[in-house]
Design a binder for this molecule. Structure first.
Ligand SMILES: [Zn+2]
Ligand SMILES: [Zn+2]
Length: 319
């Protein structure tokens, strides 16, 4: 049975989006099962949304009814704190998640503050662009933040919803790209996406061979690994950046960090200007998510398939 709710009057700074597409992100699965203890039911997941502007509040000037737009993880922030004024709204302590204590995008419509509703470049197809709104920015932002350029050597751990986009962006930035996966059968696809090298991360010999070769390792997986091997893979001053969440606390030796001036860090989505930049880069350089489309009414089937790790690489619901 579909769930109906009354969203009330549209706020002056808000936009209502008529949803055409919504990607399924792993965060949705965590919210559905309340893994993070923040979910309230009934609950509508979804934060990789594309649609058209259906209505705008009185104070909204830059968006017009009928325009194609996207909405990602974040739908509002305080607009006044240090982080908001520095254009880093994703770090605002009062950040609102699109489907945290709000109704998200597995729906006909969704609302958000206009600052977080991003126009979609014409060159991008809606279904291939929807996953960029969360998965895409999640990997784009750390590549930019850590200065990836044609001299860089980048490792991407995991070739899934996030990793398959990360390989494409790293390649667009001109880096030499090494893909790490536990599935040997993903080598061909990783190379087709732009990876120069492939390492089967089940083979400790292959992992040891890349020691001291990478400037940035971006890990997209939600599983535990021997992180020491990835720290070993870094060149001096290199960075190990987490965007996937391993279930166990990290356990690493400090000495390799000290001796090689290496950094362990993380990254969390991106701000509206970063989203705009990422979409522009994707449009100009042909970066797109590889998706499997499902009708919105089959959302439960799509979620099951994502849970079983059977989707290559991102599931997208379409109205
Ligand atoms: Zn997400
Ligand atoms: Zn703020």
């Amino acid at each position: 049975m579909p769930y109906h709710y009354d969203p009330g009057t549209l706020g002056p700074h808000d936009v209502e989006i008529a949803i055409t597409h919504c990607g399924i992100c792993h965060s949705d699965l965590h919210l559905i099962s309340n893994d993070w203890g923040v979910s309230q039911y009934p609950f509508i997941p979804g934060h990789e949304i594309i649609g058209t502007v259906a209505d705008v509040g009185d104070a909204v000037r830059l968006l017009a009814v009928g325009q194609r737009v996207g909405l990602g993880w974040q739908s509002n922030s305080c607009g006044e704190c240090e982080w908001c004024s520095r254009g880093l709204e994703n770090l605002c302590p009062a950040s609102e998640g699109t489907c945290v204590h709000r109704n998200g995008g597995y729906a006909d419509s969704v609302r958000a503050n206009a600052r977080f509703v991003i126009p979609i470049p014409d060159a991008l197809k809606s279904e291939a662009a929807a996953p960029l709104l969360c998965g895409g920015i999640t990997v784009y932002n750390p590549l930019r933040a850590h200065g990836v350029n044609p001299s860089s050597r980048v490792g991407i751990v995991g070739i899934g919803g996030l990793g398959h986009i990360a390989i494409q962006f790293a390649r667009v930035f001109g880096a030499e790209v090494t893909a790490f996966s536990t599935s040997a059968n993903k080598e061909e696809e990783a190379r087709a996406l732009g990876a120069h090298h492939f390492v089967n991360s089940r083979e400790s010999k292959a992992l040891k061979e890349v020691a001291g070769t990478l400037d940035l390792v971006l890990t997209t997986i939600n599983a535990d690994q021997d992180w020491g091997i990835y720290i070993q893979a870094l060149r001096p001053t290199g960075t190990l950046c987490f965007v996937g969440v391993p279930p166990s606390p990290l356990s690493v030796h400090a000495f390799p960090l000290i001796s090689g001036h290496k950094t362990i860090t993380g990254s969390n989505t991106g701000s509206p200007w970063q989203l705009k930049e990422m979409l522009d880069v994707a449009a100009r350089h042909g970066v797109k998510a590889q998706v499997e489309l499902f009708p919105m009414a089959k959302a439960n089937d799509a979620i099951d398939k994502v849970k079983k790790n059977k989707v290559r690489y991102r599931a997208v619901l379409a109205n």
